[in-house]
Each structure stands twice: as C-alpha cells, then as structure tokens.
Design a protein around this ligand. Sequence first.
Ligand SMILES: Cc1cc2nc3c(=O)[nH]c(=O)nc-3n(C[C@H](O)[C@H](O)[C@H](O)COP(=O)(O)OP(=O)(O)OC[C@H]3O[C@@H](n4cnc5c(N)ncnc54)[C@H](O)[C@@H]3O)c2cc1C
Length: 377
Amino acid sequence: MNFALNEEQLEIRDSIIRFARQELAECGEGNEFPRAAWQKCAEMQLMALPFPEAYGGCGADFLTTVVATQAFGYACKDAGLVHAVCTQLLCGMQINSFGSEELKRRYLPPLMRGEKIFAQAITEAGSGSDALSMRSRAEHAADGFLLNGTKIFISNGPIADIVLVFAVTNPEVSRISGLSCLIVEKGMTGFSQCPPMAKMGLDTLQNGELVFADCAVPTENLVGSEGQGAILFNESMEWERCLLPAAHLGTLERVMETCVAYAKGRPAFGQPISKFQAVSSKIVEMKIALELGRLILYKVATSKDQHKRAALEASIAKLYISEALKQTCLDAVQIHGGYGYMQEYDVERDLRDSIAATIYSGTSEMQQNIISRFMGL
Ligand SMILES: Cc1cc2nc3c(=O)[nH]c(=O)nc-3n(C[C@H](O)[C@H](O)[C@H](O)COP(=O)(O)OP(=O)(O)OC[C@H]3O[C@@H](n4cnc5c(N)ncnc54)[C@H](O)[C@@H]3O)c2cc1C
C-alpha cells in the first residue's frame, strides 16, 4: 500500500486550489448559474480530466480526478458550481464507458469544453430511492424511441443542452434488464425544461423538472445497448459515490481549517475558545473524518482504476463522508456562535449546502441498506 500521491497529482491539486482561489473567489452570490465561472472551469480542464486524449481529454486516471475534485471542493466555496461540474463529469464518464464511438465523438468534446451543459435524469416524483421502479417509458417507434415521462430534481436540468435519460424500454422483463439510457438534446420535439426549483442550499445549482411528451429519440442515441440501463446505473453510482464525496471531503477540510483559525482567535473567559475541550473535541472529530474519509475515498478510486467493482466501498464512502460533512458544518456553526448563524460567515452557507449531500446519489438510509445487503443481513 502506498498512501502518497504522486508529483503529477500534487501539481494538479495545487494548481486547482490556486485557480479556484484566484478566479472563483467571488462565485456563489445569488441563485444564478455562474456561466463565466463555468467556462473558466472548462478552460482549466476540470471537465476534461478523466477522458481519453483522443477526444481532447487529459487522460487522467480516476484517482487523479478524485484528487482534483477534492481540491475543487476545498478551494471553491460555490458548492452549487462544484456540483454542476461533477454532474458534467459523471455524464461524460457514462458516455465514455458505455457510448458508441459516434456518441463519444459527438458529445465528449463539447462536454469537456463546457460548451454544452449535461444532466442525468433518473429520479421521478414517484421513484427516488426506489429508482429502478421508474415509470418513464421509451417505446419503439420509427428510427428509434418515443419517450414519455417526467423527471424531477435534475441537477443542471433547467439549463441542460444534453440529458442522459433513464427509461423503461421493456416492461415485460425484470427491472434489471428492462431499462435503457437515452440521450435527449435540447430542441428535440416533446422535450421541455421547467424553471429551477427553489431550494435550501447549493444556490447556483440549477435543479428542476424535465418533461418528455412523445419525444422522438433516434436509435443511435442509445447509450450502451437496449436493456443495459441498470448496469450503466450501477456502474455510474460507484463513480458518483466517490466523485461527489471527494468534493465534500475537500469542503470538510476547508470548514475544519476555518474552525481552527476561528477557535484560536476568539477569546472567551480570558483564553481562546480552542482551549475549551468541548470546542477542540468537535474539531478533532473533523480531523478524524478527513483522514478516514480520504482512505476510503482513495480505496474506491484505486479499485475503479483497476476495473474492479467497488459498490460496497463506494456506499461506505458516500455515507461516511456526507454525514461527516453535515456534522462538521453543524459543529462549525456552533463553534462560530452567533456569527455562525449570520450569512456574513461562510459556515452558514456551508451548512445549507451540506444537507443535500446525505440525500442525492442515494440517501444515507439507502447506503445503509446496500452495506447491510453486502453483509448478508
Ligand atoms: C440537490 C439534489 C440534486 C439531485 N440531483 C439529481 C440528478 O441530477 N438526477 C437525478 O436523477 N436525481 C437527482 N436528485 C434526486 C435524488 O437522487 C433523490 O431525491 C434521492 O434519491 C431520494 O429520493 P426521494 O427524494 O424520492 O426520496 P424517497 O425515496 O421518497 O425517500 C424519503 C425518505 O425515505 C427513506 N427511504 C426510502 N426508502 C427506504 C428504504 N428502503 N429503507 C430505508 N429508508 C428508506 C429515504 O432514505 C428518505 O429518508 C437530486 C436531489 C437533490 C436534493
């Protein structure tokens, strides 16, 4: 076991931290999508990291992409933007791993350049945790499929140019082999995007409903083969439950550092509050979560680079890091006292942003179910 990052990974990490501090410092005010910042992220090649050089990507392995995402989550305070970029990467990874050569050539270059915004649509009003019981239906039609259904809570959805939509293609067989993934483009007849939904945090992330009403999708827009949707979904969840937690772990580290600085500088009863064990113990828990989170995260990423399944470890990483981030942000507000509750301090926003981490990409309860199933319980 080698726990050290190599020089290239350290260089990428440091350059992303420098970039985010210099170029994205003002990001995250208001609810608008920060298009200029998005474009800067693309120029920094944040959306190109794991993709083959043949399509214009950086050819980085998954561990390096995870290290880069962690650095991005650490240095960029706009968690909505970080989430939007992660969504873009995750869509690209599905196309790159399962898509035809034609789909890769058509979609990966504009994805990496940030010219087209991508979204993935799985959740429906009636099926979130129980995702595979979705009702959206893609029926065979001339030259392709006729797609009908409504998706909800879709990150990047309201502004997306391209959407990877999961739907039932064969209701006669089991859920495992009856789903497929189709690419829908903005402008296709029957596809409409609802305005962004107002939410608790991740302010700049545009998230909302997508409607497909007799939307004609050509056969060549099938990602993978027909009926491969559940396989694609499961593989994609392993990446997602590593990539999003990578960003969360970066945020956790930043919040921890903020708490260290604040606790050392805030006097009470004649000494810095860091000297009170009730305060320092909270920060110690953050440090432990950071170290342990990093181990499980890098284990998942390394397994994926070795083309191994890592569903169990990815669920552990997702559950542990998202819950740790939420607790860290709660404790950070507490440590900051009244100031922590005020919008003037970053920890107020960090807390609002952190709550969703235990919901999207499978709730904490669903991760516990997965882990328990692996244990034969
Ligand atoms: C900010 C944000 C971004 C999102 N982005 C996307 C996206 O880009 N694409 C997409 O497709 N979806 C997205 N989602 C949707 C997200 O994946 C779902 O909200 C999530 O899977 C939960 O589904 P649900 O909301 O229907 O809750 P439900 O499934 O109704 O769950 C409600 C509660 O019941 C619990 N529960 C349900 N079943 C069980 C069980 N078997 N055992 C124990 N507890 C259970 C849950 O844990 C939860 O606490 C996003 C959501 C959010 C908040």
